[in-house]
Ligand binder design. Structure first.
Ligand SMILES: Nc1ncnc2c1ncn2[C@@H]1O[C@H](COP(=O)(O)OP(=O)(O)OP(=O)(O)O)[C@@H](O)[C@H]1O
Ligand SMILES: O=P(O)(O)OC[C@H]1O[C@H](OP(=O)(O)OP(=O)(O)O)[C@H](O)[C@@H]1O
Length: 216
């Protein structure tokens, strides 16, 4: 039987996703070993392979068919703009994409002033400001700790993920505008969806049923 390959975004989503997999019998014990340097894991009994990748690379592996299925945040799906099917909302890793900054930036946003926007998500920021708000801004790409940007004067605002709001609060920033709700999604390669329809649908349905039951 052909192996079904699953790419998981490493970091905070992987652990929760693997817990769900375990409950539907798609397990991989070896992967739980946090010290392992191995990159790909095989469960021969069910003909599944699993690998962990940088979140932003998961849509790439899935578009090219190097993975049949991916588990990745909606933020990354929106940012990477790859051709794939987004088939299911796992409802884990819930957070929001927001425009944030000091309270003093609120007016600049309202008056469509030419401001600088720092973000790990330049495509999401561009789409929001250019296409939805029709506001010209300068977008500056950063790779992490984006909340620093307005504090040190690199930008007036940021576009970033807000979960509890603690990072904003501790740095004197606030949510100024909400862009989109986010959560982890199952994505599928477009060819795999046709060629391995039965096995992929069973996997997704088992997950749906498990999550529905566990909510009761
Ligand atoms: N508080 C949060 N901060 C960041 N991401 C969150 C949060 N809550 C849920 N997520 C989701 O978890 C995903 C992975 O986040 P994680 O922080 O593990 O990786 P990352 O630091 O964004 O990855 P990278 O190594 O590419 O910088 C995000 O894409 C998002 O969908
Ligand atoms: O609302 P909160 O619960 O505080 O969570 C939001 C913060 O968490 C994420 O950062 P992460 O820890 O992934 O680090 P990074 O900024 O380096 O990406 C995100 O970019 C925010 O900074």
């Amino acid at each position: 039987m052909r192996y079904i390959t699953v790419a998981l975004a490493k970091g905070r989503l992987a652990k929760k996703a693997l817990e769900i997999f375990e409950n539907v019998g798609v397990t991989c014990e070896e992967m739980k070993d946090e010290k392992t340097r191995k990159l790909i894991f095989t469960n021969e009994d069910i003909a599944f392979k699993f690998f962990l990748a940088k979140p932003s690379d998961v849509p790439t592996y899935v578009e090219y068919g190097a993975a049949d299925i991916g588990i990745v945040g909606k933020d990354t799906i929106l940012e990477e703009q790859r051709n794939l099917y987004e088939v299911y909302d796992l409802n884990i890793g819930k957070c929001k994409m927001c425009v944030c900054g000091p309270a003093s930036a609120r007016e600049k946003l309202q008056h469509h002033e030419l401001i600088r926007v720092a973000s790990k998500y330049p495509n999401i920021a561009k789409d929001y400001f250019y296409n939805k708000k029709h506001q010209t801004v300068e977008i500056i790409k950063l790779n992490g700790s984006v909340e620093l940007a307005p504090i040190v004067g690199l930008s007036e605002v940021i576009v970033d993920i807000v979960e509890t709001g603690a990072t904003l609060r501790e740095n004197g920033l606030e949510v100024l505008e909400e862009i989109a709700p986010l959560s982890a999604r199952i994505v599928v390669n477009q060819v795999s969806m046709k060629m391995e329809n039965e096995r992929i649908n069973k996997f997704i349905n088992d997950i749906k049923n498990y999550l529905a039951e566990s909510q009761n």
